[in-house]
Design a protein around this ligand. Sequence first.
Ligand code: AHR
Length: 646
Amino acid sequence: MMRFDRTARLLCVVAAGLALALAGRAQSADSQPAAPAAAATLTIDASKAVAKVSPTLYGLMTEEINYSYEGGLYGELLENGTFQRAWDDATWIVTPRGTARGSITVDKTTGPSAALPTSLQVTVTQADAANPLGLRNEGWWGIPVRPNETFHGSFYAKADTAGTEIKVSLIANDTGKVIATATLPPVGTDWKQYTFTLHAGEVAASSRNQLMVEFNRPGTVWLQLASLFGPTYHDRVNGNRSDIMELLAAMHPAFLRMPGGNYLEGDHINERFDWKKTIGPLVDRPGHRSPWNYWSTDGFGLLEYLEWCEDLHMQPVLAVYAGYSLRQEFVAPGPALEPYVQDAVDEIEYVTGDVTTKWGAERAKDGHPAPFPLTYVEIGNEDYFDKSNSYEGRFAQFYDAIKKAYPALQVIATAPVKSRTPDVLDQHYYRRADEFFADVHHYDTTDRNGPKIFVGEWATREGTPATNFGAALGDAAWMSGMERNSDIIVMSSYAPLFVNVNPGGMQWRSDLIGYDAFSSYGSPSYYAQAMFANHIGTEIVASELKGAGDRFFYSVTRDAAKGVVYLKLVNASSSAQQLKISLDGVKGVKPDAKLITLSAATTAETNSITDPRRVVPVESIVKGVGKEFTRTVPGYSIEVLEISAR
Ligand code: AHR
């Protein structure tokens, strides 16, 4: 049963042809008003399994882009908590009350750790209890507060003289109302972490809030690693936003390709995803610049990716840095590459090793004694962009070392190589809908004796910030082709996954899931993917389509154990398509079939942060299904028909 807990509307139609009035749009399960194109025939032989469907066909791809983690999935609510962005001083704003006076600057000479050697110096020249000097942070385009939520915060601090009391408060921007407040023990002269808890009462739900940090007497105080978390998914400490996790959970993704993408590589070698600097206590993580041009504190580091996988029952597809960064910097194969290869082998041990191994023990120390499952390791990202042509040698060196240490692992190449045969080849497609329509047979003739295929990034790029229904049609057409070829396409993942819809939040114009500080929504493409992934089947069965228009696409799979045939029908034309369907190779067919429809009035119709449920799947029952039946697929629609047939 497909679950769209937050957004689905479930409608059951009890009689064939019964018209439904739905969201202002008249629909019926088996007919629609536009003049249908000439009838086509779809012949299915469900007893002939052509190939197996890959159970890992649908997964997720992720990286720090479009404020995916910080300002997105990651539950940290404060922006610039490590004061890396003090040059634009828009994140921490001096806010004096009454006669209080003071200023802030970044002090490069003191910090709480080797990883965070700098701090924010707050010079309070005038303040008292009635006139404190405040410092406010408005979060990532707001701090969301809902009634009765609890917030956990912390920062490192030291003062020039012991005794300064710091007060922290959540304040509503528009009214100045103090939602919750806490006073910390007096700050000492050595670096120490201070923690606090804030409870919101019966407040109005809003993200128009700020965290205020107040100082009640003159002196100098240094701050570092300021943090604030509200409730998180599964109550994880340092965890994720629940609403976005729920959207992802509803897709039932089989895997997570992580941590990139360009983010793995960095613009420069010293800006790569250097995993060893992303684990352990947050105070020991220096952070780094993302190639998408903003700072990552790496509070969302390797272990957080893995726990994300665990929470959603996904297997990680681990991409390891392979000695190439985006500005054409590369490490020559041979001795210079050795430390990078060793880093990758260590990384695999951190993910999979038991607690008796060096890096497995490190993971246990970080709070996760149990190893994570791992089947696939990807060597780099889009290495066909490396103009030095060093990938051939780099891949071979990584491949040999990984296969020696972990013979069972499947190794993925990101560009064709000759000296080794990769287990899997990663291929990327960013296209217009018409390009996908024209290429749905792309993999029909691919050599089945070569490497398996991972379509590690793909998307129809239409609509922004999240894609529109026209994109969903392109995506669904492409998915029908991938599904038909999922004997060779073992995995696929759309990209990019996330976008923060606030001004300045987006670096890539077409994305799957949008959000602001307060809420999130799936694009029509999101729903198309969820429909496909939740009705995947185990076998591709023999079928033939004749006479349909050139914008009509389909896929037929079966789950014999469940006694179900899944028919996916994609009508990217504005006209309805009549289909005469013969379902052979089964003894009996239940006349009632479940129909899930995603449709729109135009290809530009879409969901948005203010209208998140405009285009969502609608579930109904179609009657009269049998070994021979007809179905009229409305124009601009994506349908999944779940037929009980044994
Ligand atoms: O998905 C956005 C970017 O597109 C990825 O980071 C990169 O791998 C690709 O070029």
